[in-house]
Design a binder for this molecule. Structure first.
Ligand code: ADP
Ligand code: MG
Ligand code: MG
Length: 207
């Protein structure tokens, strides 16, 4: 189906981007973590790509659920269960395929599960700092500003980018970076950065 092809293209683009940026993400994580974020995500998305390419005839919901399950089992660390678990749970919202409405419901369910599981809020210097403004901007742009989904997604990417920049001066209070206390200040959060990359690739695929 058209949706399945678009989804596979997005997964291919995200996987390629993460592979390209593997060293950069790991460098960011070496400053305030344990230098594995790029390697963790790259391993995860390589496995995801392999899995979904074998899923002939699967609908978008099944594919997204498989993405989540594979990230949980292959990424490890903090990011694996957070990205993977949120993706898996939120896939339930894609029951009717991927539409404007289900994409909003997916985004909101993803964020809710992420906050539920990681207990981080905006300002804790995590991926939540990129995902939260992206989800809120996407929803608001469609529901209040009447923008078409593609433009709403572009605004969401801009919001995520500001969220990533916002992590730099923060002191981390969740995850490994929090062990550094004030020494985490002045560094960009690796998870927020990977979130931005993933969103940028989804947007680039949709454009
Ligand atoms: P680990 O820290 O276990 O090595 P990764 O390096 O793969 O895992 O991922 C680190 C990223 O995970 C951080 O940059 C941060 O964005 C995110 N993270 C860590 N803890 C949390 C949390 N409790 N809630 C949300 N995101 C978190
Ligand atoms: Mg790490
Ligand atoms: Mg680790």
């Amino acid at each position: 189906s058209v949706q399945r092809e678009a989804l596979l293209a997005a997964i291919e683009n995200v996987t390629a981007r993460i592979a390209d940026e593997k060293e950069y993400l790991t460098d960011l994580d070496s400053a305030i973590g344990d230098a594995d974020h790029g390697a963790n995500l790259n391993r995860g998305f390589q496995a995801v790509l392999k899995k979904v390419e074998e899923m002939d005839g699967a609908d978008p919901q099944e594919i997204v659920k498989t993405v989540g399950m594979t990230l949980i089992s292959e990424v490890g660390g903090a990011a694996g269960p957070l990205y993977g678990g949120s993706c898996m749970t939120a896939s339930q919202e894609l029951d009717g395929g991927i539409t404007t409405e289900t994409s909003i419901a997916f985004a909101e369910a993803f964020l809710e599960k992420l906050q539920d599981r990681g207990d981080a809020r905006v300002g804790d210097k995590t991926m939540v700092d990129a995902i939260t403004p992206a989800v809120h901007t996407y929803k608001k742009s469609i529901e209040q500003d009447d923008l078409p989904p593609l433009q709403a997604l572009a605004k969401a990417v801009d919001a995520a980018e500001r969220g990533v920049e916002f992590t730099v001066p923060l002191r981390a209070s969740k995850g490994r970076a929090s062990y550094l206390g004030w020494r985490s200040v002045g560094h960009q959060d690796p998870g927020a950065t990977s979130t931005l990359m993933i969103l940028e690739e989804i947007l680039a695929t949709a454009e």
